[in-house]
Design a protein around this ligand. Structure first.
Ligand code: AP5
Length: 216
């Protein structure tokens, strides 16, 4: 299975992609996580990306394409993968076609539909574990102890781009650059739209049904 998640910031891509990857036993490849690791490690890519990400803008296509090219060449990605956060522009989508083949049987694209007015609340109350990447929400899915990760006891944090100003910028960027990517896949009849509102378990069920029944 080669699956792409598309959706606005905070729509639940990371939450659902982790779960689906575990269910299908394929790697969860999140470009946002990879960039945050590069920032934390202080690599040249990380140094370039840090301020761009904090502002809510997109990291340049050539940087992202090189990252994803390298990652998809790894042995664990040969049996399939869940892509979360890539492609985000038409240039990235066209490059990805070249990497994975654009036949209908190769790729499924899931677009999580969440209206903008629900996004800001989701994101400003999100906390993540800087060590294992676990995602929490201070209302919907709190860690057992308010401030530390259930898995490894590390203090959970708000991401630097999870303030209201950056979220609004990320939403603008999504509508301008990434909605056309969804249309690109719709035209190829490989896009499935999934309602992203409701409990996480229910959204996951919709995703599984959508993949099983092939409805779009
Ligand atoms: P990235 O990390 O990909 O951020 P994003 O797309 O903005 O998405 P988020 O991670 O914010 O949200 P999500 O949809 O994963 O939601 P989550 O599951 O966490 O990218 C960050 C930055 O990196 C970009 O802005 C850009 O600068 C750069 N970048 C990355 N890829 C790039 C690319 N390809 N090209 C160029 N630049 C790139 O859920 C959010 C919250 O909601 C959580 O608290 C969660 O618990 C909660 N939640 C989840 N589901 C539900 C539900 N059903 N009901 C209620 N709450 C829910």
């Amino acid at each position: 299975m080669k699956i792409i998640f598309i959706g606005p910031p905070g729509s639940g891509k990371g939450t659902q992609a982790k779960r689906l990857a575990s269910r299908l036993a394929v790697p969860h490849i999140s470009t946002g996580d990879m960039l945050r690791e590069a920032v934390a490690a202080g690599t040249p890519v990380g140094q370039k990306a840090a301020s761009i990400m904090a502002s809510g803008a997109l990291v340049p296509d050539d940087v992202m394409i090189e990252i994803i090219n390298d990652r998809l060449a790894q042995p664990d990605a040969q049996k399939g993968f869940i892509l979360d956060g890539f492609p985000r522009t038409l240039v990235q989508a066209e490059k990805l076609d070249g990497l994975v083949g654009n036949g209908k049987s190769e790729l499924r694209v899931l677009q999580l539909l969440v209206p903008d007015d629900a996004i800001v609340r989701r994101i400003t109350l999100r906390r993540t574990c800087p060590q294992c990447g676990a995602i929490y929400h201070l209302e919907n899915s709190r860690p057992a102890s308010d401030s530390v990760c259930d898995r490894d006891g590390v203090e959970v944090i708000a991401r630097p781009d999870d303030n209201e100003e950056a979220v609004r910028k990320r939403l603008d960027v999504f509508h301008r650059d990434t909605v056309p990517v969804a249309s690109y896949y719709k035209a190829k009849s490989i896009l499935r739209e999934v309602d992203g509102i409701g409990p996480v378990d229910e959204v996951f069920e919709r995703i599984e049904k959508s993949l099983a029944h092939g409805s779009s």
